[in-house]
Design a protein around this ligand. Structure first.
Ligand SMILES: Cc1ncc(COP(=O)(O)O)c(C=O)c1O
Length: 389
């Protein structure tokens, strides 16, 4: 337990809540979840499941119609044939990661991950007695691993590589050709590639017709890798605790055994509700919300750059901006604390996400309406003006 650190974001959030209770106006840009609730059809499906009494345990891998619906999503969205037999429904991506690392990590094993990264990933590895080697990935690498870095850092105990695309805290994505090359290195070493696609659907590059380009799933690279995903982000269902993983068919038995033992089954009502996510009318709502996130990104990033934050690469997805505060000459933890107290804006310091350069970075989330983002920029302009005097 001594190796498991607390989330500094939560310390900032705790202070923010206290200030708000004392009457201050606080804008929260520190929480990694969409501000939208699940669409009405999802709520109705949950309501109907409760009223039908579909509230008992399900099988550990999730109800068949949902595994089929997820398989259909891979077909429609990515043109990929992923049989339901390779899909396990889980308790969020967190449940998927708990199981994935449980089936993969032996004591003494090492896993490679980028620095910065989503903090919980390392905790899962250490829970099973493994270690994580964090590899510094700066703006030159789009804050993501490259095949060269993986090759260079692979050691005698390395068993695999984990990355997320788009990623938390940076919102940056790995280009499909780079991911392919990373997969080739990992495969040649006899290791496992684990890709977190939780922010898929929330990417904002458009094609020539102004339509959002579909992402490519790592699953097109072969059937020997593991992909985790979730209903939390694109599907706006964080508190419903539902996700999934796709694994090689031969790996399903260990996954099933662990799911049975660790949490019996994913939440039943959420599983029935999630069936409504894939209806065309619901998908249309999600696409409108994606367009709203794109508008917020396109407003916030230039505005932050204009007041002195350094954002070398425009993040392709998620709802995060990882900004370099070198121009303001302060450790990011203290910068976030001062910004909260003086400007009433809560953001997350980089030290939650890695070791190298963490004190230079802060993470903004754009999970509030544009009017509030405008207010944030005005408050920051004043805050930075007073600091520079
Ligand atoms: C990259 C990444 N992976 C996994 C998770 C866990 O998500 P959940 O368990 O809600 O699906 C998060 C949550 O913020 C995340 O940012």
């Amino acid at each position: 337990m001594d190796d498991i650190e607390s989330f500094y974001a939560l310390e900032i959030q705790r202070d923010a809540v206290e200030l708000e209770r004392a009457g201050r106006s606080i804008i929260y840009l520190c929480v990694g979840e969409p501000d939208f609730a699940a669409p009405p059809a999802v709520m109705d499906a949950a309501d109907a499941a409760v009223r039908r009494g579909d509230t008992h345990y399900t099988v550990a891998l999730g109800i068949a119609p949902l595994r089929e619906a997820i398989s259909g999503h891979y077909k429609r969205h990515y043109g990929l044939e992923i049989p339901p037999a390779r899909i396990a429904v889980t308790s969020g991506a967190s449940g998927a990661l708990l199981i994935a690392f449980g089936t993969l990590v032996n004591p003494g094993d090492e896993w490679l991950m980028p620095d910065p990264t989503y903090p919980c990933n390392r905790r899962f590895v250490s829970l099973y007695g493994g270690t994580t080697r964090l590899i510094h990935c700066g703006p030159e690498e789009n804050y993501q691993l490259t095949p060269e870095l993986v090759e260079q850092h692979w050691g005698p105990n390395t068993r695999g590589v984990m990355l997320a695309t788009p990623a938390n805290p940076t919102g940056t994505a790995v280009a499909p050709a780079v991911l392919r090359a990373i997969h080739e290195v990992v495969r040649a070493k006899g290791g496992t590639l684990l890709v977190d696609e939780i922010y898929h659907g929330l990417t904002y590059e458009r094609n020539a017709n102004g339509v959002f380009a579909n992402e490519k799933s790592a699953l097109e690279l072969g059937d020997d890798l593991i992909v985790v995903n979730s209903f939390s982000k694109y599907f706006n269902m964080t508190g419903w605790r539902l996700g999934w993983m796709v694994v090689p068919e031969s790996h399903m038995k260990p996954v099933e055994k662990l799911a049975q033992n660790l949490y019996i089954c994913p939440p039943t009502v959420s599983q029935y509700a999630a069936l409504a996510c894939f209806e065309p009318a619901t998908l249309a709502i999600y696409e409108e919300r994606r367009a709203e996130f794109a508008r917020r990104r396109d407003f916030l990033i230039p505005a932050l750059r204009e007041i002195g934050f350094i954002i070398p690469n425009t993040p392709e997805g998620a709802f995060y901006v990882y900004a370099d505060i070198s121009n303001f000459g302060s450790d990011s933890f203290f910068f976030c604390r001062d910004m909260l107290h003086q400007a009433g804006v809560a953001i997350t310091p980089g030290r939650d996400f890695g070791d190298r350069d963490a004190e230079k970075y802060v993470r903004f989330t754009y999970t509030v309406p544009i009017e509030q983002l405008r207010e944030v920029v005005e408050r920051l302009r004043k805050f930075l003006g007073t600091r520079n005097k």
